[in-house]
Design a binder for this molecule. Structure first.
Ligand SMILES: [Zn+2]
Length: 219
């Protein structure tokens, strides 16, 4: 879509288009390296890498519909008001109104405050985003370093996770969060003489079937 607008409004449109198309590079290209993103009370993060990880949410695997109602600019700030709809992996959808407040440094976004209200009540958004297990903000690791970070995270949330399925031959299991009911796959890294375990979020409603089809990541 093209609205006539200032360069900064155009950056916001590019950013939103990036979310519509699931284009990480396009989104990240709009941000400063030290970007901060806050969506009270769900999350607060900083840095491009953390931002990148938060773009995809296993609870909402498809592309969102985002409607932009207006863009207002004053000083270093552009405010976008709009609507967002996205399907939940567990069934149903988030149907929300949002207001994004973008703070700029030159022509890059350095801070974003997102205020989002679910039209059907907060329950769906809560389900998708807010659990202290961090399911919505973590993802399957691509490197050993990411797996190690997940291992530390798993230690921190150990009391929340209960084992629901085990595949001994694969050294894998599926854990369930006692709070949100979502699942984590437990895998391991072999490091010299010991195995280091880590868990990453998965979207499934059939933990046994998931585990049967799963293969260890072997990072
Ligand atoms: Zn949880």
């Amino acid at each position: 879509m093209t609205l006539p607008g200032s360069p900064r409004k155009q950056v916001v449109e590019t950013y939103i288009d990036g979310f519509r198309t699931g284009d990480h590079e396009r989104i990240l290209g709009c941000l400063t390296d030290d970007v901060a993103w806050e969506m009270p009370p769900f999350f607060s993060l900083s840095g491009k890498r953390a931002f990148d990880e938060a773009i995809d949410n296993p609870a909402t695997p498809g592309l969102p519909y985002i409607g932009l109602t207006r863009l207002v600019e004053e000083g270093d700030v552009v405010v976008a008001e709009g609507t967002v709809r996205v399907a939940l992996a567990a069934g149903g959808e988030i149907d929300a109104l949002f207001c994004d407040v973008f703070h700029f440094r030159e022509h890059k976004i350095c801070r974003l405050m997102t205020y989002q209200v679910d039209r059907a009540g907060a329950e769906q958004t809560l389900k998708a985003l807010a659990c202290s297990c961090g399911h919505a903000l973590r993802r399957k690791p691509r490197t050993r370093e990411e797996a190690l970070a997940l291992g530390r995270h798993q230690n921190a949330i150990r009391s929340l996770l209960e084992e629901v399925a085990v595949a001994r031959g694969k050294w894998m299991s599926v854990l369930r969060c006692r709070l949100c009911g979502r699942f984590w796959a437990e895998d391991s890294l072999t490091s010299g003489h010991m195995d280091l375990f880590y868990a990453y979020p998965i979207a499934t409603d059939d933990p046994h079937g998931w585990l049967e089809d799963a293969t260890p990541l072997r990072l």
